[in-house]
Ligand binder design. Structure first.
Ligand code: PRP
Length: 175
């Protein structure tokens, strides 16, 4: 069963940090067209909140569904693309939006996959980074928070598809 959820990052802290990330990205991409690629399902809330705060005008939001965890708290290690991008991205500035980088396998796989589509530029933005769990070499260009090795839920992140709706990032203590 589920245990108590302790708040790790409050909704106010997330709000402030996401605003900063949006300002940083807006500054880096002034006058440029950007396609944000939201990696479903975990990045849905982060994508919505970040994109609302951008001050650049030429913005598109696209979606991919990628999964690696199943219903466990540990990554299965097998990445599958359940829904690919539905448009050409050659000559576009792409920013991948992730909720979390854990082992790094998902992002590494995604980077290779999207690079094969020849984007003009490709950058990575993650709300959370758990570098202590990294198994493959991948780093994000924009990081919201670096967190310790705890299983976190909320703000898009789930345990067995639940808790994505929490407005904060919490640590799920399992009983
Ligand atoms: C989570 C998360 C990242 C990935 C990170 O997705 O959203 O995409 O795992 O883990 P990694 O760095 O070890 O590869 P998940 O497969 O749980 O799907 P979800 O986004 O639908 O929850």
């Amino acid at each position: 069963m589920f245990g108590k959820i302790d708040v790790l990052i409050s909704s106010e802290e997330i709000e402030k940090r996401v605003m900063k990330l949006a300002e940083e990205i807006s500054n880096d991409y002034k006058e440029k067209a950007v396609v944000f690629v939201c990696i479903l399902k975990g990045s849905i809330i982060f994508t919505a909140e970040l994109c609302k705060k951008l001050s650049i005008e030429d913005v598109e939001i696209e979606f991919m569904t990628v999964s690696s965890y199943g219903n466990d708290t540990k990554s299965s290690g097998t990445i599958s693309i359940d829904m690919d991008l539905c448009k050409e991205i050659g000559e576009k500035n792409i920013i991948i939006l992730e909720d979390i980088i854990d082992t790094g396998r998902t992002l590494k796989y995604l980077v290779e996959h999207l690079k094969s589509k020849n984007p003009k530029t490709l950058k990575l933005c993650t709300l959370l980074d758990k570098p202590s769990r990294r198994l493959v070499d991948v780093e994000a260009d924009y990081v919201g928070f670096t967190i310790p090795d705890e299983f976190v839920v909320g703000y898009g992140l789930d345990y067995a598809q639940k808790f994505r709706n929490l407005p904060y990032i919490g640590v799920l203590n399992q009983e």
